[in-house]
Design a binder for this molecule. Structure first.
Ligand code: SF4
Ligand code: SF4
Length: 148
C-alpha cells in the first residue's frame, strides 16, 4: 500500500471535472480530503491523501490529474531523521501508519524510509530527542492566493 498527501491546484476550467470519481473507479485509488476550496469557474486548492496498492498505481492517477491541467505537489517537501540523535527507541513506529518508520527484525533496528512518508508529522512530537524533521509546503498551503 502506498499513501501520500498532495496539494492539488485546479485551473478554473477544471472545477467541474469528476476527477474524484475517476480516481476511485478507474485508478482504484482511495482518498481522504483534508482541505478543499473549489468553486465553479474559479481556481481551486485541495489537500488530499491518496492511497493506492502501489506507487505506480497512485502515479497513474496523478498523471491523469496533470493531464487535466491540475498542478500536483507533494505535501511534505523535506523529511529527514537525525541519525546521530536517534537512539532507536522505536516510539515513532507506533504512530507511523504509512510504514515509513518500522522495526526491522531480528536486528530490532528502527528503519526510516523517506519515500513512504506522507508528511503527516505525527512522529515529530512523539520523538523524545526531536530526531524527526518534517518540512511541509506551508508557503503553498497558506499563500494569500489560497487562504481558506
Ligand atoms: S511524518 Fe513521521 S509518522 Fe508521518 S508518515 Fe512520515 S515518518 Fe511516518
Ligand atoms: S522516536 Fe526518535 S529516537 Fe526513537 S526511534 Fe523514532 S526517531 Fe529514533
Amino acid at each position: 500500500m502506498y499513501t501520500q498527501i498532495y496539494i492539488l491546484r485546479f485551473p478554473k476550467d477544471t472545477s467541474d471535472q469528476p476527477f474524484i470519481y475517476r480516481l476511485v473507479k478507474e485508478y482504484d485509488i482511495e482518498f481522504n480530503i483534508l482541505k478543499a476550496d473549489i468553486l465553479l469557474q474559479r481556481e481551486g486548492l485541495m489537500i488530499i491523501e491518496l492511497k493506492g496498492s502501489s506507487k505506480a498505481n497512485v502515479q497513474a492517477g496523478l498523471d491523469y490529474l496533470q493531464h487535466l491541467g491540475v498542478k500536483v505537489e507533494r505535501m511534505a517537501t523535506g523529511i529527514r531523521r537525525d541519525d546521530e540523535n536517534c537512539f532507536q527507541c522505536g516510539a515513532c513506529t507506533g504512530v507511523c501508519s504509512s510504514g515509513a518508520l518500522y522495526v526491522k527484525r531480528p536486528e530490532m533496528a528502527v528503519i526510516f524510509e523517506a519515500e513512504k512518508c506522507t508528511g503527516c508529522g505525527l512522529c515529530v512530537p512523539i520523538c523524545p530527542v526531536q530526531a524527526m524533521e518534517v518540512s511541509l509546503n506551508d508557503d503553498r498551503i497558506f499563500s494569500d492566493e489560497f487562504m481558506l
